[in-house]
Write a protein that binds this ligand. Structure first.
Ligand SMILES: CC(C)(COP(=O)(O)OP(=O)(O)OC[C@H]1O[C@@H](n2cnc3c(N)ncnc32)[C@H](O)[C@@H]1OP(=O)(O)O)[C@@H](O)C(=O)NCCC(=O)NCCS
Length: 200
């Protein structure tokens, strides 16, 4: 099924996915008209080679397909990440893939790297996954050659659980990854500590 065969509400569940606001970012359900911005941003080998399913080159049809496949179920939630002026800078989501727990995924357009945006967006999605989706834990993977992503996960409380292999579509092969997990209890303690520090 293609995007054009579905209505926007069927495809993107825009009405049932909340808008998450952080101090500098807005995370919202994707819209059909986002395909062009997503295609331009994601068409970079450094993004494709560090994510499992993003092809390279990344074309408008790939973005449309991605939009059509996202947000299929209540427990599979995809957000586009934008600046307050509405400019899309990337995407972040959590969904059931392989493995025992829902998996966190994220990427940003390269011009937006190094500003703390990924950490800010990922924290918002983690809170949503635990508070609203009631997940017991989350998993994530980062290529062993991707210390930036590893650092994002660690800053958000994820703990290393071991190594594995991911099939990387843009490489046409598998690559070693570090696996991470965030348990609900760890997330809850981090939230408590953050609240205590804010009051003190
Ligand atoms: C991973 C990605 C989302 C990070 O985005 P970002 O907004 O630059 O990340 P942040 O600024 O929030 O945090 C990056 C952290 O990594 C650190 N970092 C950057 N380069 C690093 C390196 N070579 N070694 C170790 N740490 C590094 C930064 O200093 C920062 O940590 P700090 O806040 O403690 O200083 C972005 O690089 C990206 O889209 N990459 C391609 C796709 C991808 O890797 N997705 C993740 C799939 S697992």
């Amino acid at each position: 099924m293609t995007l054009s065969e579905l209505t926007a509400s069927e495809t993107l569940r825009e009405g049932s996915i909340p808008v998450l606001k952080t101090s500098r970012l807005i995370l919202r359900a994707p819209r059909l008209e986002d395909a062009n911005s997503v295609a331009v941003l994601a068409n970079d080998r450094r993004i494709a080679e560090n994510t499992a399913r993003i092809p390279h080159p990344y074309k408008l049809a790939d973005a449309s397909q991605w939009l059509a496949q996202g947000n299929k179920s209540d427990r599979d939630v995809l957000f586009v990440v934008s600046l307050p002026d509405g400019r899309i800078i990337g995407a972040c989501g959590v969904g059931l893939l392989e493995g025992p727990l829902p998996e966190l995924g994220y990427w940003l357009g390269t011009e937006f790297w190094g500003k703390g945006y990924a950490t800010e967006a990922v924290r918002a999605v983690i809170d949503y996954a635990f508070e609203e989706l009631q997940h017991d834990g989350l998993q994530a993977g980062a290529r062993v050659t991707n210390p930036t992503s590893r650092r994002v996960l660690e800053k958000c409380g994820f703990q290393w659980t071991g190594v594995g292999l991911y099939r990387i579509r843009a490489l046409g092969s598998s690559a070693p990854i570090d696996r991470f997990r965030l348990e609900r209890a760890i997330w809850a303690s981090l939230k408590t500590w953050a609240a205590v520090r804010k009051v003190a």
